[in-house]
Design a protein around this ligand. Structure first.
Ligand code: GLV
Length: 284
């Protein structure tokens, strides 16, 4: 099988599979024999937003491919950072101030994970293993033996009200865009925390800053942004209660991603069902 790198794709009718990540709109159009678009990441919003994306071609995303554990590491790090009051100790350190602060048990830190796919499940299990009370919010009803589930918009506020910390790993779709807005922050317990490792557009940035300034939220750790790289003048960089990282929660691990993509192409060639098939209607 030959390999071409866009835009030098050569004869367009020879292209059967495309590997994509936030492609230039229209770059996958006019490929008459294209069979599948293999996304080089877990989230497919950057591929699906292309208005010229061929309608009948299968879109496949990476399932875990080594990303779930690093995502869980990031979430756990952020959670422990806030729970163990590191922002306060870092502030005290700047003044050489030796002052032990009140400490609280994991039981006092209920964590809510938004999204319980392959990645959200690993995050929830690892956080639960540390002893934190854990629950997940999902769009569609589903069963889980070990994690308390809140399904659908009708249970969103109830989920937020029991979550001192929320970890977002939802897929970005028209239904989940701006899901973390002023209303959502107000539904959380006062002094809550937001960890966003889903997509920047899940969060209304202005509402986040307002909630932090008002003390409704106590801190946020953000790895994803509406515009990446986050522009140097952006208010999120400068806010004292926000920690910004440059979309590093889980880099795509080349070896495992490559193996999964090759295995999927082989499945398609054998006429078998691939893994990670995206529903265009659902958007993930
Ligand atoms: C990264 O953001 C991914 O979706 O894999």
């Amino acid at each position: 099988m030959g390999f071409r790198v866009w835009p030098d794709v050569g004869a367009r009718d020879e292209i059967r599979y495309a590997l994509a990540w936030r492609q230039q709109p229209g770059s996958l159009a006019g490929l008459p024999n294209l069979r599948a678009i293999l996304v080089m990441g877990a989230g497919v919003d950057g591929v699906l937003r292309d208005p010229e994306l061929p309608a009948s071609v299968a879109v496949l995303r990476l399932l875990d491919a080594g990303m779930a554990v690093p995502m869980a590491e990031y979430a756990l790090h952020a959670l422990l950072h806030f729970h163990r009051r590191m922002p306060d100790y870092l502030a005290q350190r700047r003044e050489s101030k030796w002052q032990p602060l009140p400490w609280s048990l994991v039981a006092d830190w209920p964590v809510g994970v938004l999204g319980l796919g392959v990645i959200g499940s690993v995050i929830a299990q690892r956080i639960a293993a540390m002893g934190y009370p854990i629950a997940a919010w999902v769009a569609q009803e589903r069963a889980s033996d070990d994690i308390q589930i809140f399904a659908g918009r009708s249970r969103f506020d109830e989920f937020l009200a029991r979550s001192r910390v929320i970890v977002n790993v939802l897929p970005l779709t028209p239904q989940t865009e701006n899901i973390l807005d002023a209303r959502a922050f107000a539904a959380m317990p006062r002094g809550g925390y937001v960890i966003n490792i889903g997509r920047g557009a899940h969060v209304n940035d202005e509402d986040l800053i307002t909630a932090l300034d008002a003390g409704q939220l106590a801190g946020a750790m953000l790895d994803v942004f509406r515009e990446e790289p986050l522009p140097p003048a952006h208010a999120l960089w400068r806010h004292p209660k926000i920690i910004v990282t440059p979309h590093i929660a889980a880099p795509t691990i080349v070896d495992t991603a490559e193996q999964q993509i090759i295995a999927n192409i082989e499945r398609l060639e054998r006429g078998e069902m691939p893994i990670g098939l995206v529903s265009r209607e659902r958007g993930y």
